[in-house]
Design a protein around this ligand. Sequence first.
Ligand code: C2O
Ligand code: CU
Length: 449
Amino acid sequence: MRQFIVIFILLIGCLSTTSQKEVKEQLAEEFLRAYSHKNISSRMVEVSFSAKEEEVEIFEGNTQKAWAYNSSIPGPVIRIKLGDTIKIKFKNELPQPTTIHFHGIRVPNAMDGVPGVTQLPIKPGEIFVYEFTPKDPGTYWFHPHIRGHEQLEKGLYGGIIVEDGLTFDKDVVVFLDDWLVNKDGSINENFESLHAAMMNGRWGNVITANGKTSEIINIKSGERLRLRIINAANARIFNLTHNSTQKQEYFAIDGFFTRKPKKFSWYDLAPGNRIDLDIYTNESFVIYDARTRRILVKINVTTSQPLKEKEALPIAQYIPSLKKAAQLEFDREYVYRIERRPGGPVWTINGKSWPEYESYIFEAGKFNIIRLRDQSGRIHPVHFHGLFFKVLRRNGKFVDEGSFRDTVILYPNDVVDVALVPLDKGKWVNHCHIQEHAERGFMTAIEVV
Ligand code: C2O
Ligand code: CU
C-alpha cells in the first residue's frame, strides 16, 4: 500500500511539473503577443547633441549654472515614427564622464548606456554614437547613467517619442521635475547627502513642468489633446489628479498602450514613469499634485462650445491577463530582497551593493517571475532595462493592471511579483529610479541568453 502511495505522489509530482512548464510556455506566448506592432515608417533619422555646463533658465526668471542637453532644460524631444532608425551623435562637454540611457526603449544591449556593463564611460570631450530602431511605439525619455543623482538633477534629460500613427489635434510632452534650490535660486550642491540616500531620495523645493512653475496649454473646446507626462525628478513621486468635471482618460503607461483607455482620476507617477492622457473637454481645468496641491499643468480652453460625444480611440492593444500565472508555483530563486544598512553603501539587494551583484540568468523568450521584496520601509520605484514587465501580485494578491510597465513603485514593505519575458540578449540592469538609492548600491542585473 505504502509503495502505491509513493508512486502516486511521484506521479502527481511529475504531472504538476510538466503542467507548470506548459503553463509557463502558454504564458510566454500570451506575453509576447503583446509585442507585435506594425511599423509605419523606415527612415534613418540623424540628430546630434551635446551635454554641457552652462547658464540656463531652470524656471521662470531663474537662470542658473546647470547641465543641459543642447542648452535647454528639458533637453530635446526627438520624434520619430515606429520603424525608423535613430542615430544620435553625442558629444560630452561636461566636466565629468557620462553616458545616455534611453529609458524604456528596447535597444540592442550595446546601446543601453550603462557604464561598465554595456559601454565605457564617455569621457569629457569624447563623442559617442548611439544607433537603434525602437521596437515599440510610445513615450520614452533619456538621461545619463553615471552619477544620475547629480547629472539628472542638474538638468540632463530629454524625450524620444516613437509615434504610433494615432492622430490628435495636439500632442504635447510634459516633463515633471523638482529642484532643490538655495535662497539665491542656485542649485543646491549637496548631492551626496546621506540623509537623502537613507530616506526617500532628494526632493526639491520648486516643482516644474517643462521648466515652468505654471505650465499652461491652450486648446479649443473639443480639441483632442494627447498629453505625454514624464516624471524626470530624481526622487519625487507625483500623485497626479485633476479637477475636471468631465471624464478624462489615459491610454498608455510607460509608453505602452493599455488594454483599453482607462478613467484618469488619480495616478502615482514615480520617477521614470510616463502616462499618456487623452484630454477632451470644453472647460478649463488643472492637473495637480495631490500631495503638495501644486498645479502642474493648466488646460486652458479658449473657446466655448458644447462638447460632442467623444470618439473612441482606435487602439486594440492585446495585454494578457496572465491569470494562469496565479496557479504557478513561485520560483524561490528569483527574489530581490531589498534592505538598507546604515553606513556603507546603504542599499543592498540580496545582501549585495552595486557594483557588486549577482545576475539571474534567463533564457530569451521564457516566462519568469521575479519577486521584489522591500524590507527597508522606504519607497522604491524599481526599473528594469531592456524589457516591459507586468505586475502579477501585490502583497500576495493577484492584480491585472491592464498594462505593461518598465517601472513599478514598491511602497514601504511591499512584496510585488512581476512577470517578464525577456527577448533581447545581453546584460540588463535593474535598479531603483530614486537616483540617490541607485547611486548607493540599489542596482543589479539580469542576463538574457
Ligand atoms: Cu531611467 Cu537605468 O534608468
Ligand atoms: Cu529606492
